[in-house]
Write a protein that binds this ligand. Structure first.
Ligand code: PPE
Length: 304
């Protein structure tokens, strides 16, 4: 990974190498931390913007609320820290990682006096599933690992520890020769990718998983709004793996993955095996908005 110069840690910028924590950091042992992944883009005018910054910070605080982490900063302070981190690192385009976690103090499952630390790091990160995947689509496999049950892990919260499930699924898929995993929920319906929401298109209708078992993705929300504004029908409904097999198009959405077409599921070719027209249309609008070529959603572009 490409490093930047500074990382914001608990209120000040420190050198990348000095942004360290103690080995008894509570979150390292038990996973109690919440995070966000956000992207900063350089627009066609050469100015940088953060995509839906406030929505991401809001979700970070909602994640913290769900798992009862008391945030030592306000949303405005976190937003300012993100902008400062981008500016001081001279980053025009970057992936931003914000994390709030339980630090050292007591050990065990009843943390009392542990300090909550907050950090913001940013670094250049290209196409998450490869440039080729973004253009031609990726090959996916239904995972043998189920997505967390809604009462086992809190699926609306982006909790560090929950991502062990994602890593198991992703490793299994990649080891099997695929690009990404698709996880089913505990009732057996399609839920999401290891780090992406999923959409399918069949007979002109776009379908995505209801937010019940999945992360309430900010890219997912953007795609729903873009599609509906273009007059396309979007349904939030459960669907099965075999409905996905016979879809005309399918794609993943996420901050890291952006809009990545899916060209195969379990060795079944989706549609023509190439990104379909609706996927391409939404992908184009998404990047036009980000680059400032489409001004319909200017509130999504937070200036750096
Ligand atoms: N589901 C999961 C499980 C998930 O982790 C993400 C984001 C999404 C859906 C899409 O949400 P949104 O980014 O708001 O559209 N995954 C983040 C972490 C990826 C990683 O490898 O780390 C991301 O995309 O930043």
């Amino acid at each position: 990974m490409e490093k930047a110069k500074k990382i914001w840690l608990d209120g000040r910028l420190v050198n990348w190498e000095d942004a360290n924590v103690h080995i008894l950091t509570h979150a390292l042992h038990y996973g109690l931390g919440v995070f966000e992944g956000i992207r900063c883009y350089e627009g066609d005018d050469g100015k940088s913007i953060v995509f839906r910054l406030k929505e991401h910070t809001k979700r970070l605080f909602e994640s913290a609320k769900i798992v009862q982490i008391e945030m030592p900063f306000t949303e405005d302070e976190v937003n300012a820290a993100i902008i400062e981190t981008l500016q001081k690192n001279d980053l025009k385009a970057a992936y931003i990682r914000v994390i709030a976690f339980l630090g050292e103090g007591s050990m065990g499952l009843y943390p009392k006096d542990n300090r909550v630390s907050v950090a913001v790091a940013a670094w250049p990160w290209g196409a998450y599933l490869g440039e080729d995947g973004m253009e031609k689509g990726i090959r996916t496999k239904i995972s043998s690992f189920a997505r967390h049950h809604i009462n086992a892990a809190m699926t609306k919260a982006k909790v560090c520890g929950s991502y062990v499930n994602s890593i198991l699924a992703k490793r299994e898929a990649v080891k099997g020769g695929y690009d990404e995993a698709i996880l089913l929920d505990t009732d057996g319906y399609v839920s999401e990718g290891s780090g992406e929401n999923i959409f399918m298109v069949r007979n002109g209708i776009i379908k995505t998983t209801p937010i019940t078992t999945v992360l309430d993705g900010i890219t997912r929300d953007a795609v729903i709004k873009i599609a509906r504004a273009a007059g396309l029908e979007v349904v939030e409904a459960r669907f099965t793996r075999d409905e996905l097999y016979i879809a005309d198009e399918a794609f993943f959405t996420g901050t890291a993955a952006e809009i990545t077409p899916i060209r195969e599921v379990d060795d079944r070719v989706i549609g023509t095996g190439k990104p379909g027209p609706i996927t391409k249309q939404i992908q184009k609008t998404y990047f036009d908005i980000i680059c400032g070529r489409n001004n319909d959603y200017n509130s999504w572009r937070y200036p750096v």
